[in-house]
Design a binder for this molecule. Structure first.
Ligand SMILES: [Zn+2]
Length: 231
């Protein structure tokens, strides 16, 4: 706790004070242009990855960046509905990440989650991901299996998202676009799903125009997850 309290003082001194005007502007109003749905994992920091300021991303976080079916009693349904009806959201992103513990749990034998009954029940919203991986990617190593599960889960959750009423109506009116991302913690790369190519593409390669050696795994994943889907 001491570490966190020291952090608050440091924030007030180093981050808040120089940006006083920003926080004064944000005090009574937010106008985020992106709805960012990602995992609760401590290593995923949306504003850091996208280099955005407070007020720019409306974030929804849970274990496994899951979008459960529309339900009046789900926090996710409320957050999605709230963001899309109150703000001029232009982009909705579902962002998975490398070495996701939720996806590891999803691929593990069911008994592995017996001590985490709430997590086991929650991951039922990703059971289609498990079925897709087991059906289409048999023969991969466990690490490769995890990597494709992370990508496939982003696509599955985008499909769930399309069924939410506020998303359906917004897409019909062309108010915003949906995007599937995977953040690679080790390399800092963000893979973005290209619905035309039917695979995730490295942003590092696109922006730098050259292939880095640590993109090998990204390339592997791009090749593995090649079934075409809408996004
Ligand atoms: Zn995760």
């Amino acid at each position: 706790m001491k570490h966190l309290l020291q952090g608050i003082h440091k924030f007030q001194r180093i981050a808040f004070a120089p940006q006083k005007r920003l926080f004064t502007r944000l005090a009574n109003k937010q106008s985020p242009a992106a709805l960012f749905i990602t995992c609760a994992d401590s290593r995923v920091v949306p504003n850091l990855i996208t280099q955005t300021q407070p007020g720019e991303l409306f974030a929804v976080r849970n274990v496994g960046n899951i979008v459960p079916p529309y339900d009046l009693h789900h926090g996710e349904s409320s957050a999605i509905e709230y963001a899309l009806n109150n703000f001029d959201i232009k982009d909705v992103i579902v962002c998975g990440h490398s070495n996701c513990g939720a996806m590891q749990g999803l691929l593990a034998p069911e008994s592995a989650l017996d001590k985490l009954p709430a997590t086991k029940a929650w991951l039922q919203h990703a059971k289609l991901t498990r079925e897709i991986v087991q059906t289409n990617y048999a023969g991969l190593t466990p690490q490769e299996m995890l990597e494709v599960a992370i990508q496939e889960n982003v696509l599955v959750q985008l499909e769930h998202l399309r069924e939410h009423p506020s998303v359906k109506s917004g897409l019909a009116a062309r108010r915003f676009n949906l995007h599937g991302w995977v953040y690679d913690i080790e390399s800092g790369d963000v893979l973005i799903y290209d619905p035309t190519l039917g695979k995730f593409q490295s942003t590092t390669k696109q922006s730098s125009g050259r292939t880095r050696s640590n993109n090998t795994r990204s390339t592997l994943r791009s090749q593995k997850t090649s079934r075409k889907r809408k996004a």
